[in-house]
Design a protein around this ligand. Structure first.
Ligand code: ADP
Ligand code: ADP
Length: 228
């Protein structure tokens, strides 16, 4: 359902961030992307939601063939693929409800449907009680849960999380991994870039290790580091 075939992404400064990557991810998988800073994890994820375009190779995401995709179709891809970031990227002037509803308003849903979906998705991340708060009034873990709710609002098939726990303390990071596990159990594919070896080893899933833009290990048994 996600297929990379010989994908290359070279930035205009000459850096090859993704170097001839082939990778297949099935619907419902949970995949960790690990590797040192600057190894190409974010770029690989950006290619999936078409924040960046590949220079060569083929990328298929669900029914979308990205190298043939027209700009006008990108918003549909963005409903199929939800994204969360290390720095949450919430809109500071909107409250929790509005931050999540915003993702739905552009899709032309009725007010009633939006209200129902916002409430459901905030219940999923256990934050209905904070619905009227503003981002500045929330903890880091709560902000990330709002960001996850927003990313899930349009019922994406795929949720991409680029170091979602990078700014969080260990206990809060553990809570976020558990929220993502719950979402995965409902059938959503999860692709997560992370440096959190402790939690990768605790919540075992497929581990894809990247170095210098290349996949150097792909381990379905799931351990952060190579075992002896
Ligand atoms: P990671 O997520 O593993 O830290 P990135 O995908 O962010 O890796 O970066 C991979 C390489 O591409 C790094 O050398 C980085 O400096 C470079 N890079 C990332 N984004 C850009 C960009 N927009 N322009 C030029 N080089 C970039
Ligand atoms: P991350 O590791 O989470 O990708 P970075 O700090 O590497 O975050 O990148 C932050 C932003 O700067 C990203 O949008 C990335 O594309 C861009 N960027 C990263 N490295 C470079 C670079 N060498 N030249 C230009 N832009 C870059």
């Amino acid at each position: 359902m996600i297929q990379f075939t010989n994908v290359v992404k070279q930035y205009s400064n000459g850096i090859k961030a993704v170097d001839n990557v082939s990778l297949r991810i099935e619907q419902g998988e949970f995949v960790y992307l690990v590797g040192p800073s600057g190894s190409g994890k974010s770029t690989l994820m950006k290619l999936i939601y078409r924040e960046e375009k590949a220079n060569s190779g083929k990328i298929t995401v669900g029914k979308y063939i990205l190298q043939d995709m027209k700009e006008k179709d990108v918003p549909y891809l963005r409903r199929y693929v939800g994204v969360v970031f290390q720095d949450f990227k919430l809109l500071p002037k909107l409250n929790v409800y509005e931050n999540v509803a915003y993702a739905l308003e552009v899709t032309g849903k009725s007010k009633k449907d939006i209200k129902k979906r916002v409430n459901d998705v905030l219940a999923l991340v256990d934050l209905r009680h904070k619905i009227h708060q503003y981002p500045s009034e929330l903890s880091g873990g709560e902000m990330q849960r709002v960001a996850i709710a927003r990313a899930m609002a349009n019922r994406p098939s795929i949720l991409i999380a680029d170091e979602p726990t990078g700014n969080l303390d260990p206990e809060t990071a553990n809570d976020i991994f558990r929220v993502l596990e719950d979402i995965n159990l409902t059938g959503t594919t999860i692709i997560m870039g992370t440096h959190n070896d402790t939690l990768v080893n605790r919540y075992k899933h497929r581990v894809v290790r990247i170095n210098d833009g290349k996949i150097i290990r792909d381990d379905y048994k799931g351990a952060y580091n190579e075992r002896d």
